[in-house]
Design a protein around this ligand. Sequence first.
Ligand SMILES: [Fe+2]
Ligand SMILES: [Fe+2]
Length: 375
Amino acid sequence: MRSGFKSIETKYMEEREALFHRLRDLDRRSFLKMSAAAMGAAAASGLTPFHSFQPVSVAQGAAPAGGGKAFRFAYISDSHLYEKHINDRFVRSLLRAVEDVNNLSPQPDFVFYGGDLAQLGQAKELELGAQILKNIEVPLKMMVGEHDWYLDMGEKWRELFGAPTYSWDHKGIHFVTLLSVVERDFWTARKMTPMQRMMTVAGLDNGVQSPFMVGEEQRDWLKKDLAGYLDDTPIIIFSHSPLYKLYKKWNFWTDDADEVQAILKRFQRVVVIHGHTHQLLTNRIGDIHFHGMLATAWPWPYAPEGMPELTIEMSRPDPFNPNDGCGDGEVHVHPDGLVDKVYSLWNRTPIAVRRGHTASWGKEDVPPRPNRASY
Ligand SMILES: [Fe+2]
Ligand SMILES: [Fe+2]
Protein backbone atom coordinates (compact mmCIF):
# COMPACT_ATOMS: atom_id res chain seq x y z
CA MET A 1 0.00 0.00 0.00
CA ARG A 2 1.10 3.52 -0.60
CA SER A 3 2.06 5.08 2.69
CA GLY A 4 1.31 8.65 3.66
CA PHE A 5 -1.64 8.96 1.28
CA LYS A 6 -5.00 9.43 2.88
CA SER A 7 -8.16 9.27 0.85
CA ILE A 8 -11.06 11.55 1.68
CA GLU A 9 -12.91 8.60 3.13
CA THR A 10 -9.96 7.62 5.34
CA LYS A 11 -9.74 11.18 6.61
CA TYR A 12 -13.48 11.19 7.33
CA MET A 13 -13.12 7.86 9.12
CA GLU A 14 -10.29 9.12 11.30
CA GLU A 15 -12.16 12.26 12.26
CA ARG A 16 -15.24 10.25 13.09
CA GLU A 17 -13.30 7.73 15.13
CA ALA A 18 -11.64 10.49 17.15
CA LEU A 19 -15.07 11.92 17.90
CA PHE A 20 -16.75 8.65 18.72
CA HIS A 21 -13.98 7.39 20.96
CA ARG A 22 -15.13 10.06 23.34
CA LEU A 23 -18.60 8.65 23.46
CA ARG A 24 -19.54 6.03 25.96
CA ASP A 25 -20.93 2.70 24.90
CA LEU A 26 -24.58 2.56 24.30
CA ASP A 27 -25.56 -0.90 25.35
CA ARG A 28 -28.42 -3.07 24.21
CA ARG A 29 -30.56 -2.04 27.17
CA SER A 30 -30.27 1.62 26.17
CA PHE A 31 -31.37 0.78 22.63
CA LEU A 32 -34.39 -1.07 23.91
CA LYS A 33 -35.23 1.72 26.32
CA MET A 34 -35.01 4.32 23.58
CA SER A 35 -37.05 2.15 21.29
CA ALA A 36 -39.72 1.48 23.90
CA ALA A 37 -39.94 5.17 24.81
CA ALA A 38 -40.45 6.14 21.19
CA MET A 39 -43.11 3.49 20.69
CA GLY A 40 -44.86 4.55 23.90
CA ALA A 41 -44.90 8.18 22.83
CA ALA A 42 -46.28 7.21 19.47
CA ALA A 43 -49.02 5.09 20.99
CA ALA A 44 -49.97 7.88 23.39
CA SER A 45 -50.16 10.55 20.71
CA GLY A 46 -51.56 8.39 17.94
CA LEU A 47 -48.67 9.55 15.78
CA THR A 48 -45.57 7.86 14.50
CA PRO A 49 -42.60 8.85 16.65
CA PHE A 50 -40.34 10.32 13.99
CA HIS A 51 -41.30 11.63 10.62
CA SER A 52 -44.22 9.84 9.12
CA PHE A 53 -43.81 8.88 5.53
CA GLN A 54 -46.18 10.78 3.35
CA PRO A 55 -48.44 8.55 1.37
CA VAL A 56 -47.98 9.08 -2.34
CA SER A 57 -51.02 8.57 -4.46
CA VAL A 58 -50.51 6.08 -7.20
CA ALA A 59 -51.45 7.43 -10.62
CA GLN A 60 -54.14 5.51 -12.40
CA GLY A 61 -54.30 4.67 -16.05
CA ALA A 62 -50.91 3.04 -16.48
CA ALA A 63 -51.44 -0.23 -18.27
CA PRO A 64 -50.13 -3.05 -16.13
CA ALA A 65 -47.84 -5.20 -18.20
CA GLY A 66 -48.10 -8.26 -16.05
CA GLY A 67 -51.44 -7.54 -14.40
CA GLY A 68 -49.61 -6.43 -11.26
CA LYS A 69 -50.91 -4.29 -8.44
CA ALA A 70 -49.40 -1.11 -7.00
CA PHE A 71 -47.38 -1.72 -3.87
CA ARG A 72 -44.48 -0.24 -1.97
CA PHE A 73 -41.32 -1.33 -0.28
CA ALA A 74 -39.01 0.52 2.09
CA TYR A 75 -35.32 1.12 1.51
CA ILE A 76 -32.51 1.42 4.07
CA SER A 77 -28.87 1.67 3.08
CA ASP A 78 -25.25 2.44 3.91
CA SER A 79 -25.20 2.22 7.69
CA HIS A 80 -21.42 1.62 7.86
CA LEU A 81 -21.56 0.12 11.32
CA TYR A 82 -18.47 0.08 13.46
CA GLU A 83 -18.47 -1.91 16.62
CA LYS A 84 -20.47 0.16 19.03
CA HIS A 85 -17.58 0.86 21.40
CA ILE A 86 -16.06 2.85 18.52
CA ASN A 87 -19.18 4.50 17.17
CA ASP A 88 -22.67 4.36 18.55
CA ARG A 89 -24.14 7.10 16.33
CA PHE A 90 -24.27 4.95 13.21
CA VAL A 91 -25.82 2.16 15.28
CA ARG A 92 -28.53 4.49 16.50
CA SER A 93 -29.11 5.74 12.95
CA LEU A 94 -29.79 2.22 11.72
CA LEU A 95 -32.04 1.58 14.71
CA ARG A 96 -33.99 4.69 13.82
CA ALA A 97 -34.40 3.55 10.21
CA VAL A 98 -35.73 0.22 11.46
CA GLU A 99 -38.22 2.05 13.65
CA ASP A 100 -39.22 4.25 10.71
CA VAL A 101 -40.13 1.27 8.57
CA ASN A 102 -41.79 -0.59 11.43
CA ASN A 103 -44.01 2.45 11.91
CA LEU A 104 -45.17 2.62 8.30
CA SER A 105 -48.88 2.07 8.06
CA PRO A 106 -49.81 0.05 6.20
CA GLN A 107 -46.61 -1.93 6.31
CA PRO A 108 -44.51 -2.15 3.12
CA ASP A 109 -44.43 -5.46 1.26
CA PHE A 110 -40.75 -5.82 2.15
CA VAL A 111 -37.67 -3.85 3.17
CA PHE A 112 -34.62 -3.73 0.95
CA TYR A 113 -31.19 -3.09 2.49
CA GLY A 114 -28.87 -1.44 -0.04
CA GLY A 115 -25.39 -2.50 1.15
CA ASP A 116 -22.49 -1.21 3.27
CA LEU A 117 -24.03 -2.55 6.46
CA ALA A 118 -20.50 -2.78 7.95
CA GLN A 119 -17.66 -0.27 7.84
CA LEU A 120 -14.69 -2.64 7.62
CA GLY A 121 -16.33 -5.99 6.86
CA GLN A 122 -15.70 -7.32 10.34
CA ALA A 123 -17.76 -10.18 11.72
CA LYS A 124 -18.83 -8.14 14.74
CA GLU A 125 -19.98 -5.24 12.56
CA LEU A 126 -22.02 -7.52 10.32
CA GLU A 127 -23.45 -9.43 13.29
CA LEU A 128 -24.48 -6.17 14.96
CA GLY A 129 -26.21 -5.11 11.75
CA ALA A 130 -27.98 -8.45 11.42
CA GLN A 131 -29.14 -8.22 15.03
CA ILE A 132 -30.65 -4.76 14.47
CA LEU A 133 -32.23 -5.67 11.12
CA LYS A 134 -33.90 -8.70 12.73
CA ASN A 135 -36.30 -6.21 14.33
CA ILE A 136 -37.86 -5.43 10.95
CA GLU A 137 -41.35 -6.85 10.90
CA VAL A 138 -41.75 -7.53 7.17
CA PRO A 139 -39.51 -9.67 4.91
CA LEU A 140 -36.01 -8.26 4.46
CA LYS A 141 -33.91 -8.49 1.30
CA MET A 142 -30.16 -7.82 1.55
CA MET A 143 -27.51 -6.54 -0.86
CA VAL A 144 -23.73 -6.42 -0.58
CA GLY A 145 -21.70 -3.20 -0.48
CA GLU A 146 -17.94 -3.04 -0.82
CA HIS A 147 -17.50 -2.33 2.91
CA ASP A 148 -19.22 -5.64 3.72
CA TRP A 149 -17.08 -7.83 1.52
CA TYR A 150 -13.36 -7.25 1.20
CA LEU A 151 -12.08 -8.38 4.60
CA ASP A 152 -13.05 -12.04 4.16
CA MET A 153 -14.37 -11.90 0.57
CA GLY A 154 -17.95 -12.26 1.73
CA GLU A 155 -17.60 -15.30 3.97
CA LYS A 156 -19.37 -13.77 6.97
CA TRP A 157 -21.94 -11.91 4.86
CA ARG A 158 -22.97 -15.12 3.09
CA GLU A 159 -23.18 -16.96 6.40
CA LEU A 160 -25.58 -14.31 7.75
CA PHE A 161 -27.59 -13.38 4.67
CA GLY A 162 -27.16 -16.05 1.99
CA ALA A 163 -26.32 -15.68 -1.67
CA PRO A 164 -25.46 -12.13 -2.83
CA THR A 165 -26.97 -12.53 -6.33
CA TYR A 166 -30.59 -13.59 -6.63
CA SER A 167 -33.95 -12.78 -8.18
CA TRP A 168 -37.62 -13.15 -7.38
CA ASP A 169 -41.05 -12.20 -8.68
CA HIS A 170 -43.52 -10.06 -6.79
CA LYS A 171 -46.90 -8.73 -7.97
CA GLY A 172 -46.00 -8.80 -11.65
CA ILE A 173 -42.49 -7.32 -11.26
CA HIS A 174 -39.27 -9.28 -11.74
CA PHE A 175 -36.70 -8.20 -9.11
CA VAL A 176 -32.95 -8.83 -9.37
CA THR A 177 -30.22 -8.18 -6.79
CA LEU A 178 -26.65 -7.95 -8.09
CA LEU A 179 -23.25 -7.73 -6.43
CA SER A 180 -21.98 -4.72 -8.40
CA VAL A 181 -18.78 -4.10 -6.40
CA VAL A 182 -16.62 -6.88 -7.84
CA GLU A 183 -12.98 -5.75 -8.13
CA ARG A 184 -10.05 -7.17 -10.04
CA ASP A 185 -7.36 -8.65 -7.79
CA PHE A 186 -5.14 -5.71 -6.82
CA TRP A 187 -4.08 -7.31 -3.53
CA THR A 188 -2.22 -10.56 -4.29
CA ALA A 189 0.67 -8.99 -6.21
CA ARG A 190 0.99 -6.32 -3.52
CA LYS A 191 1.00 -8.99 -0.79
CA MET A 192 -1.72 -7.20 1.14
CA THR A 193 -3.25 -8.56 4.32
CA PRO A 194 -7.05 -8.93 4.36
CA MET A 195 -7.32 -5.73 6.41
CA GLN A 196 -5.07 -3.82 4.01
CA ARG A 197 -7.29 -5.02 1.17
CA MET A 198 -10.41 -3.91 3.09
CA MET A 199 -8.94 -0.50 3.95
CA THR A 200 -7.94 0.06 0.35
CA VAL A 201 -11.44 -0.71 -0.92
CA ALA A 202 -12.93 1.50 1.82
CA GLY A 203 -10.93 4.47 0.51
CA LEU A 204 -12.82 5.53 -2.55
CA ASP A 205 -10.15 7.66 -4.22
CA ASN A 206 -6.84 5.98 -3.39
CA GLY A 207 -5.98 5.03 -6.95
CA VAL A 208 -4.97 1.48 -5.95
CA GLN A 209 -8.20 -0.50 -6.21
CA SER A 210 -9.85 -1.39 -9.48
CA PRO A 211 -13.19 0.13 -10.53
CA PHE A 212 -16.29 -1.76 -9.45
CA MET A 213 -17.94 -4.10 -11.88
CA VAL A 214 -20.69 -6.70 -12.09
CA GLY A 215 -18.29 -9.04 -13.88
CA GLU A 216 -18.68 -11.64 -16.59
CA GLU A 217 -19.95 -14.41 -14.34
CA GLN A 218 -22.88 -12.38 -13.03
CA ARG A 219 -23.60 -10.89 -16.46
CA ASP A 220 -23.97 -14.45 -17.78
CA TRP A 221 -26.18 -15.29 -14.82
CA LEU A 222 -28.31 -12.18 -15.51
CA LYS A 223 -28.77 -13.11 -19.18
CA LYS A 224 -29.98 -16.56 -18.17
CA ASP A 225 -32.15 -15.20 -15.38
CA LEU A 226 -33.93 -12.81 -17.75
CA ALA A 227 -34.14 -15.21 -20.68
CA GLY A 228 -37.63 -16.46 -19.83
CA TYR A 229 -39.18 -13.01 -19.43
CA LEU A 230 -41.02 -11.10 -22.16
CA ASP A 231 -39.83 -7.63 -23.20
CA ASP A 232 -42.81 -5.97 -21.51
CA THR A 233 -42.11 -7.52 -18.10
CA PRO A 234 -41.33 -4.73 -15.62
CA ILE A 235 -37.85 -5.27 -14.16
CA ILE A 236 -36.43 -3.72 -10.99
CA ILE A 237 -32.70 -4.21 -10.42
CA PHE A 238 -30.87 -3.51 -7.18
CA SER A 239 -27.18 -2.65 -7.38
CA HIS A 240 -24.96 -1.11 -4.73
CA SER A 241 -22.98 1.15 -7.08
CA PRO A 242 -24.94 3.03 -9.74
CA LEU A 243 -25.19 0.89 -12.88
CA TYR A 244 -23.87 3.77 -14.96
CA LYS A 245 -20.68 5.80 -15.11
CA LEU A 246 -20.94 8.86 -12.92
CA TYR A 247 -17.56 9.74 -11.38
CA LYS A 248 -14.71 7.27 -11.58
CA LYS A 249 -12.35 8.89 -9.07
CA TRP A 250 -14.76 8.17 -6.22
CA ASN A 251 -15.93 4.83 -7.62
CA PHE A 252 -19.37 6.32 -8.22
CA TRP A 253 -19.10 4.03 -11.19
CA THR A 254 -19.64 0.52 -12.50
CA ASP A 255 -17.03 -0.31 -15.09
CA ASP A 256 -19.10 -2.78 -17.11
CA ALA A 257 -22.30 -0.71 -16.80
CA ASP A 258 -22.61 -0.47 -20.59
CA GLU A 259 -22.60 -4.26 -20.90
CA VAL A 260 -25.19 -4.66 -18.14
CA GLN A 261 -27.37 -1.97 -19.72
CA ALA A 262 -27.10 -3.85 -23.05
CA ILE A 263 -28.53 -6.97 -21.38
CA LEU A 264 -31.46 -4.88 -20.07
CA LYS A 265 -32.04 -2.95 -23.30
CA ARG A 266 -34.80 -5.14 -24.72
CA PHE A 267 -37.06 -4.51 -21.74
CA GLN A 268 -39.53 -1.64 -22.02
CA ARG A 269 -39.44 -0.64 -18.36
CA VAL A 270 -36.44 -1.14 -16.12
CA VAL A 271 -35.76 0.59 -12.81
CA VAL A 272 -32.34 0.39 -11.16
CA ILE A 273 -32.16 1.35 -7.48
CA HIS A 274 -28.75 1.85 -5.89
CA GLY A 275 -27.05 2.90 -2.67
CA HIS A 276 -23.31 3.65 -2.29
CA THR A 277 -23.43 7.32 -3.31
CA HIS A 278 -25.17 8.37 -0.06
CA GLN A 279 -27.21 11.00 -1.90
CA LEU A 280 -30.23 11.48 -4.08
CA LEU A 281 -29.56 10.76 -7.71
CA THR A 282 -32.04 10.42 -10.55
CA ASN A 283 -31.04 9.36 -14.03
CA ARG A 284 -32.44 7.77 -17.16
CA ILE A 285 -30.54 6.05 -19.96
CA GLY A 286 -32.83 4.75 -22.70
CA ASP A 287 -35.66 2.91 -20.95
CA ILE A 288 -33.66 2.35 -17.77
CA HIS A 289 -34.64 4.64 -14.89
CA PHE A 290 -32.06 5.00 -12.10
CA HIS A 291 -32.65 6.06 -8.51
CA GLY A 292 -29.93 6.64 -5.91
CA MET A 293 -31.06 6.52 -2.29
CA LEU A 294 -29.98 7.96 1.06
CA ALA A 295 -27.52 6.56 3.58
CA THR A 296 -28.20 6.32 7.30
CA ALA A 297 -24.53 7.04 8.17
CA TRP A 298 -23.42 10.20 6.38
CA PRO A 299 -24.08 12.08 3.11
CA TRP A 300 -21.40 12.24 0.44
CA PRO A 301 -20.99 15.48 -1.47
CA TYR A 302 -22.12 15.46 -5.08
CA ALA A 303 -19.44 14.59 -7.62
CA PRO A 304 -17.80 17.61 -9.30
CA GLU A 305 -18.75 16.35 -12.77
CA GLY A 306 -20.97 13.84 -14.49
CA MET A 307 -24.22 14.72 -12.69
CA PRO A 308 -27.25 13.28 -14.50
CA GLU A 309 -29.59 15.96 -15.85
CA LEU A 310 -32.67 14.52 -14.14
CA THR A 311 -31.09 14.83 -10.69
CA ILE A 312 -32.43 17.58 -8.49
CA GLU A 313 -29.79 17.67 -5.83
CA MET A 314 -30.80 17.33 -2.21
CA SER A 315 -30.21 20.00 0.39
CA ARG A 316 -26.77 20.69 1.75
CA PRO A 317 -26.42 19.01 5.14
CA ASP A 318 -26.50 21.32 8.11
CA PRO A 319 -22.96 21.22 9.61
CA PHE A 320 -24.46 21.65 13.08
CA ASN A 321 -26.56 18.52 12.76
CA PRO A 322 -24.53 15.30 12.38
CA ASN A 323 -27.54 13.38 11.09
CA ASP A 324 -28.59 15.90 8.48
CA GLY A 325 -28.36 14.56 4.96
CA CYS A 326 -29.08 11.07 6.29
CA GLY A 327 -32.33 9.17 6.12
CA ASP A 328 -34.21 6.33 4.54
CA GLY A 329 -36.95 5.99 1.97
CA GLU A 330 -39.73 4.23 0.22
CA VAL A 331 -40.32 3.05 -3.29
CA HIS A 332 -43.89 3.03 -4.60
CA VAL A 333 -44.12 0.62 -7.49
CA HIS A 334 -46.79 1.37 -10.11
CA PRO A 335 -48.50 -1.49 -11.91
CA ASP A 336 -46.40 -0.75 -15.02
CA GLY A 337 -43.17 -1.17 -13.02
CA LEU A 338 -42.08 2.48 -12.88
CA VAL A 339 -41.68 3.95 -9.42
CA ASP A 340 -42.11 6.96 -7.19
CA LYS A 341 -39.04 7.34 -4.99
CA VAL A 342 -39.84 8.91 -1.63
CA TYR A 343 -36.81 10.11 0.25
CA SER A 344 -36.98 11.05 3.85
CA LEU A 345 -34.16 13.20 5.11
CA TRP A 346 -34.68 12.80 8.81
CA ASN A 347 -35.24 16.43 9.73
CA ARG A 348 -37.05 17.46 6.54
CA THR A 349 -40.40 16.79 4.98
CA PRO A 350 -40.21 13.69 2.77
CA ILE A 351 -39.94 14.45 -0.95
CA ALA A 352 -41.17 12.28 -3.80
CA VAL A 353 -39.47 11.95 -7.15
CA ARG A 354 -42.44 10.67 -9.09
CA ARG A 355 -42.66 8.25 -11.92
CA GLY A 356 -43.73 11.07 -14.27
CA HIS A 357 -40.39 12.87 -13.79
CA THR A 358 -38.29 10.15 -15.37
CA ALA A 359 -41.12 9.00 -17.70
CA SER A 360 -41.28 12.51 -19.26
CA TRP A 361 -37.50 13.04 -19.26
CA GLY A 362 -37.92 15.76 -16.65
CA LYS A 363 -40.69 17.72 -18.37
CA GLU A 364 -43.44 16.80 -15.91
CA ASP A 365 -43.72 16.09 -12.21
CA VAL A 366 -40.59 18.10 -11.41
CA PRO A 367 -39.74 17.45 -7.75
CA PRO A 368 -39.55 20.41 -5.40
CA ARG A 369 -36.20 22.12 -5.17
CA PRO A 370 -34.47 21.67 -1.81
CA ASN A 371 -34.76 24.42 0.74
CA ARG A 372 -31.00 24.94 0.87
CA ALA A 373 -28.07 24.84 -1.50
CA SER A 374 -27.04 21.42 -2.75
CA TYR A 375 -23.86 19.65 -1.73
FE1 LIG B 1 -21.62 3.47 1.62
FE1 LIG C 1 -20.41 1.56 -0.96
